[in-house]
Design a protein around this ligand. Structure first.
Ligand code: SF4
Length: 227
């Protein structure tokens, strides 16, 4: 598994995929990346401190992802990230957090003292599909609620059961955010299926997002170079 990479288009940044304690939510039916979660904190730190040694600070922007929320990183790993931020002159961070942590984001902002772009897994603003099928556990009812807390929704495209209408609506909604990430769903070890017809339709109609500086679009889950 590759845990360090550089994103060289749009917001240039280094990115690390760290190990975390088990995702506090852990119920999304399409997710098998929680298999990377770990209970042995010493092992988590051993892996993470090694990965963080790669960070050079060359773009002064660092994204930290961890197959859970930033709140599931250990104290020692958090301290190591902070050290990297200070020593490598990092001026902006990207982190991810689940909706359940929306009231605690300032803890992270205060801890690091640099601007943070908070991503959150929205998957879709279609509340019924997100909550009743995907079991996302993100109980907002509209994008305005999400924007109150988070900077950047992560949207999933191409899951069987999604509709063109709901995807088109999601693509309109993300224009209201300063940043968004669009992931094309790839089948994994879960039972959730991909709708190739829908993905083809999306390619044909939304390929222009590749040139949108505010949108990171991942046609493959490893397009950020980690995973
Ligand atoms: S919140 Fe994220 S890491 Fe946790 S189960 Fe859902 S998709 Fe997986």
């Amino acid at each position: 598994m590759n845990r360090y990479s550089k994103i060289l288009n749009k917001t240039k940044r280094e990115i690390v995929l760290l190990k975390a304690k088990p995702c506090k939510w852990g119920k999304c039916i399409f997710c098998d990346y929680i298999n990377d979660n770990e209970v042995d904190e010493d092992y988590i730190d051993e892996v993470n401190l090694e990965v963080l040694k790669n960070v050079t600070g060359e773009f002064q922007v660092l994204e930290v992802i961890d197959s859970a929320s930033v709140f599931e990183l250990t104290d020692k790993t958090m301290a190591a990230i902070k050290k990297v931020v200070d020593e490598k002159n990092i001026k902006r961070l990207f982190f991810e957090a689940h909706w359940i942590y929306r009231h605690r984001l300032d803890e992270i902002r205060d801890y690091f003292g640099v601007p943070i772009t908070f991503k959150t897994g929205v998957e879709t603003f279609d509340n019924d599909f997100r909550e009743n099928y995907l079991k996302k556990g993100a109980s907002f009812t509209n994008w305005q609620e999400v924007k109150k807390y988070f900077d950047s929704p992560c949207i999933m495209v191409g899951i069987k059961g999604q509709t063109k209408e709901s995807i088109a609506r999601d693509m309109e909604i993300i224009k209201n955010f300063d940043h968004a990430t669009v992931n094309i769903f790839e089948e994994n070890s879960t039972d959730v299926k991909r709708d190739d017809e829908l993905v083809k339709w999306f390619y044909e109609n939304y390929r222009y997002l590749e040139d949108d500086p505010k949108v990171d679009i991942l046609f493959n889950i490893t397009d950020f170079g980690v995973g």
